[in-house]
Ligand binder design. Sequence first.
Ligand code: HEM
Length: 184
Amino acid sequence: MLKISNLLLILFALFILLSPSAYADDDEDDDEGDGSDDFSEDLGEIAKSLLIATIVLIAWKPLHIWLQKSGIKNNAKSWGITDVKAAKKKLLRFNKWMLRIHIVVGTAATIVGLIHGIGTQMPDWESSAAWAGWFGMLSMSILGALIMWKWPPKAIKKRARALHTQRALLVVTIILLVVGHEMI
Ligand code: HEM
């Protein structure tokens, strides 16, 4: 059902994003920092949570496909589902809702991440790796927008979809974000 590579990516992403050292506040900085520093660091926490919420789609997509193909039908009795067709329709609506959430949350993660980066890195621009990670997020969002918008030619949409849904760009983005934050 869930491809091993997807599962590993989710576990890997959760591990590094949830580990206390990643994006962790430095105590010394806290002592010196003023209120605006704290706010900027809080924004980092928010951006991290939003990014995790965006990535949930990787787990949801194969689960949705399995439920549509066989999950609902085979488990209808034990799940108390009497109308399989109606249940599948409901699930389709939920899937659309999930995609909408993905788009909003992914865009928000990129914007909040930018504000967090500006707030915490000004005026030194210490971590170029963290900024490279943010550019990865920006690229993901732009590619996502190219999939959604009507205007791009089919060939461009196809390429954008391939780049947006394959795992390499996302893995590199996460690694850069984590390494970048460890370096600060
Ligand atoms: C940091 C931001 C984002 C990340 C990390 C991200 C990541 C991903 C990943 C990994 C998938 C593939 C899920 C799968 O097939 O298993 C996906 C799907 C998708 N994303 Fe994003 N995304 C982001 C932002 C956006 C934005 C801003 C949009 C739209 C404006 C968007 C639109 C889509 C669409 C339409 C799909 C489904 C593509 C398909 O099934 O063919 N994403 N996203």
